[in-house]
Design a protein around this ligand. Structure first.
Ligand code: HEC
Ligand code: HEC
Ligand code: HEC
Ligand code: HEC
Length: 433
């Protein structure tokens, strides 16, 4: 076997260890359309997307490349693998150089196979235009002709980033678990940052390289921040549940994959016990709890719109938590059931977007005392903080001091205190009343 071949086999082996046996180095992502990727330079000409300043008379900004290369973390994703931290993680995992390992490149670059790399393709560009917009081989010609409409381009393989469900699947493919990519505790233990994601916040922070104006609205549907938030929660919960079910089914070892659990249910000091039973979860102190932050958010949305759905979510979530006492196949079954409910909710959110009254009700539920037992763990508190920001913004309300307190209370998972979070939440509750 030659060196490349040996490396590919080793990458597959390591990928299987890190992602569970389901993962192979060439697993298709949501946005993978099978086409040749032409490379960031192909998009970056000054009359295309590489202008220094936004163009005033153009339908798109045209400085997307400059925004991406100077302000967007994705352009540095490959370089992160060559940083001290990147090298340290790879050394601990024993996978050779991080920047040559498919295990890392899957998320840190546009890692299509060699035969799908065009002349200008450069792996060191990191997460480039085609990682999100899809390989351009079949749509570039029509796209530069300027005559094509959006549906035509999408039919030629351009990824529908404007569709909120598709966008969530795209981002979550690298930012959280999905059934094809189960991020392992081993990767975290080797020093990788903990992954957390919220679609609206991260879409703003990327930073966005679009201008939403009249002409954009003519070409594409626009989803406001609160609805992006809600759909992002539903897609994340569905992904997580299907990944959990898959991982539990294929299990032939003693321990389940720890990343499906709240990090803080194991990683907290035992000399300073928190001893907080969680009625919503149905488990007692001392029992590790599955990460359920997205489900907590979905329940808050349901409570204001459909109390029957809220009850179903509550009882099925509780059943899932309690199934962890019974074993792997009980967890897989409960996760499948709940995933069905969540998928129905995703469809409903697309067909009946949240309106002002729903946003107010959801925010009131999230900050209410009744929900305080949901914030024993860091995960739900972190999501509730990003939710509050998205909901306040969509309601046109500003509460900078109250949000600041929430951000402070969720700054670090290891220093998190639920009582500190609850008092920050009470400030927002008082302000809203
Ligand atoms: C499932 C996708 C995924 C895989 C696989 C992955 N990463 Fe990451 N990595 C991310 C994401 C997403 C972030 C950004 C997290 C955030 O800030 O929210 C990140 C962040 C990092 C950072 C911090 C970057 C910075 O600027 O601070 C380093 C270093 C890193 N990853 C190294 C690695 C190495 C080395 C590997 C392979 C062993 C790897 N990653 C595998 C998705 C992944
Ligand atoms: C991490 C994912 C991601 C990367 C990387 C990325 N984009 Fe985008 N892009 C988006 C999203 C999301 C939108 C907003 C949704 C939409 O308008 O389709 C968008 C919108 C756009 C638009 C606006 C389209 C319009 O109709 O107004 C252009 C143009 C664009 N991107 C070009 C680029 C170029 C060029 C690059 C590389 C230099 C790039 N993008 C890199 C995700 C990405
Ligand atoms: C191909 C994998 C991939 C996809 C798809 C992807 N990301 Fe990322 N994203 C990364 C990696 C890797 C990093 C970390 C880069 C670094 O810091 O070096 C990152 C970083 C980020 C950051 C900066 C995080 C921080 O802590 O500073 C934001 C914001 C972000 N991504 C938003 C998005 C959004 C929104 C989408 C979907 C439109 C998306 N990403 C799609 C891989 C991806
Ligand atoms: C079910 C319990 C459990 C859960 C949940 C859990 N871990 Fe761990 N973690 C452990 C154990 C056990 C170790 C190994 C400790 C050792 O090596 O001394 C560990 C080690 C680590 C380490 C390495 C620490 C060191 O000193 O070597 C990191 C970092 C880490 N975990 C991060 C996380 C993150 C992030 C999450 C959530 C995504 C998480 N863990 C969820 C049990 C857990």
């Amino acid at each position: 076997m030659n060196f490349q071949g040996a490396r590919a086999v080793r990458d597959l082996f390591v990928a299987a260890l890190i992602f569970g046996l389901s993962f192979t180095s060439n697993q298709a992502l949501a946005q993978d359309n099978g086409a040749i990727h032409l490379g960031v330079q192909t998009c970056a000409a000054s009359t295309c997307h590489g202008a220094v300043q936004p163009w005033q008379n153009s339908v798109v900004l045209q400085n997307e490349f400059v925004v991406w290369s100077t302000h967007d973390a994705h352009s540095g994703a490959y370089k992160a693998l060559q940083s001290d931290r990147g090298k340290r993680i790879a050394a601990r995992l024993g996978i050779g150089a991080a920047h040559e390992s498919g295990t890392c490149l899957q998320c840190h670059a546009d890692n299509v196979s060699e035969d799908r790399r065009g002349n200008n393709f450069d792996i060191t560009s990191g997460v480039g235009c085609e990682s999100c917009h899809g390989g351009a081989e079949n749509w570039l010609g029509t796209h530069v002709s300027g005559l094509s409409d959006r549906p035509t381009l999408v039919s030629l393989g351009m990824y529908p980033t404007d569709d909120p469900v598709k966008r969530a699947e795209l981002c979550l493919g690298c930012h959280q678990a999905n059934p094809d990519r189960i991020v392992s505790h081993r990767l975290m233990a080797a020093g990788h940052p903990r992954l957390s994601f919220e679609l609206d916040t991260f879409s703003i922070n990327q930073p966005a390289h679009v201008r939403i104006d009249d002409d954009y609205r003519q070409r594409k549907p626009v989803t406001d921040g609160a609805n992006l938030w809600a759909i992002g929660q539903a897609v994340a919960a569905g992904n997580q549940l299907r990944a959990l079910a898959k991982s539990m089914r294929g299990r032939n070892h003693l321990f389940p994959e720890f990343t499906f659990f709240e990090c803080g249910s194991c990683h907290h000091s035992y000399t300073n016990a928190k001893w907080s039973p969680q009625p919503g979860v149905g488990l007692g102190p001392g029992e590790p709890q599955l990460y359920d932050a997205n489900l907590v958010m979905l329940r808050a949305i349901a409570e204001g719109r459909d109390s029957k759905l809220a009850d179903t979510l509550k009882s099925q979530t509780r059943a899932l938590h309690r199934a962890t006492r019974q074993g792997a196949s009980a967890v897989a079954r409960a996760a499948d059931t709940l995933a069905g409910t969540v998928d129905g909710m995703t469809r409903n959110l697309v067909e009946n977007p949240l309106r002002e009254a729903d946003l107010k009700a959801t925010l009131a539920t999230l900050v209410s005392r009744d929900h305080s037992s949901d914030y024993v763990d860091f995960g739900a508190a972190e999501q509730a903080t990003m939710a509050a920001a998205a909901l306040l913004d969509s309601l046109g309300r500003s509460a900078p001091q109250q949000l600041e307190s929430l951000y402070e209370a969720t700054e670090s998972p290891t220093r998190y205190s639920s009582s500190g979070f609850r008092s920050a939440l009470a400030k927002l509750r008082d302000y809203l009343n």
